[in-house]
Design a protein around this ligand. Structure first.
Ligand SMILES: [Zn+2]
Length: 326
């Protein structure tokens, strides 16, 4: 149930809304703010469900017919507007008002609207909506959602109760990725590379990322046993960098560098991985006379120069030359 996820992931938000629901002291309108990937829309829907649920016990049951219809977008007295990428004009707000001025469609009687990406509301639309909220006919709750509160009209901020969602930590990204079924090593590196939870699937399923992870593992497996062979492996692996499908080869190599940088950081922090092979690699590195500082310098310089470099292969050769020395 989403309620349990919210409780664990956003305890402050959960507490604020629990108190409001329990004491029946809901605001007319809420403003949910927080970084991309935090569950603002899901929470808005859960709050809407909790207002109309047939068996609500403070929070919605998330299972009854009303709860399901809210989630599926088929609840008569719930209007969702998404301003993603386009301005929300006054005509849209007028249509919302026209519908909500009539008698409620559902027996519960509570009318709710959710406006996602509400920073795109035009001034006229926002003023019209706020005026409507202040003179509601019957029970009305509005939920505004944004990732960019600094772009909001002050009138919205001042009239709504703000509820802010905290950004997730790397550990939480890691746990989320594991819950989504990705393996330990994928979850570990993806968590370090992203800055919002909605990127977990995008990066984990990206072929250039998965190829980079394989290249990283194979290269380092050789690196601590037979460096000349490791060099040959990487040269061969990225020999297509200057060829026709170089865009994906370049993306793969960029991920390879990012993963390698994280590897040094893991070495320096004494990270212990639940992935057996990766943990073994970290132990091997720790037990060798591996020069972390020079390795880090070689990788970081390559990463810095890569976006500008016309000749990727030359850059790889320079990097490998430096890595031979560490
Ligand atoms: Zn329910």
């Amino acid at each position: 149930m989403f309620r349990d996820i919210l409780k664990r992931q956003q305890p402050t938000v959960y507490q604020i809304l629990t108190n409001a629901l329990r004491e029946r002291k809901l605001s007319h309108c809420y403003l949910f703010t927080g970084p991309k990937g935090t569950p603002k829309k899901e929470t808005a829907l859960l709050l809407a469900q909790s207002l109309v649920c047939e068996h609500a016990d403070i929070w919605a049951c998330e299972q009854c017919a009303s709860c399901r219809r809210v989630k599926d977008g088929n609840y008569g007295d719930l209007i969702c507007i998404d301003g993603d990428g386009k301005p929300i004009k006054v005509e849209l707000v007028d249509a919302l008002k026209a519908r909500f001025e009539k008698t409620a469609l559902e027996s519960n009687g509570h009318k709710i609207f959710i406006i996602d990406n509400c920073e795109t509301l035009t001034l006229k639309a926002a003023n019209s909506l706020l005026k409507f909220i202040e003179e509601p006919s019957g029970q009305l709750t509005g939920i505004f959602i944004t990732t960019q509160p600094d772009r909001l009209l002050p009138t919205i901020v001042s009239r709504c109760q703000s509820v802010s969602f905290r950004p997730l930590s790397k550990d939480e990204f890691h746990n989320l990725a594991r819950e989504k079924g990705y393996d330990e090593i994928t979850a570990h590196f993806v968590a370090q590379l992203i800055d919002s939870a909605d990127q977990i699937d995008t990066v984990s399923n990206n072929e250039t990322f998965t190829n980079a992870l394989v290249s990283f593992q194979q290269f380092h497996d050789l690196f601590f046993r037979n460096r000349p062979e490791a060099v040959l492996y990487l040269q061969d692996r990225f020999s297509r960098l200057n060829k026709s499908d170089r865009a994906s080869a370049r993306d793969t190599f960029r991920y390879f560098l990012d993963i390698s940088l994280q590897f040094v950081s893991d070495c320096l922090n004494g990270y212990q991985s639940a992935d057996e092979a990766y943990d073994q690699l970290l132990k091997t590195a720790a037990g060798s006379n591996f020069d972390y500082a020079r390795y880090l310098k070689a990788i970081a310089e390559t990463r810095d120069g890569f976006n500008m470099a016309a000749n990727g292969l030359l850059l790889i050769d320079q990097m490998l030359y430096k890595l031979m020395e560490v």
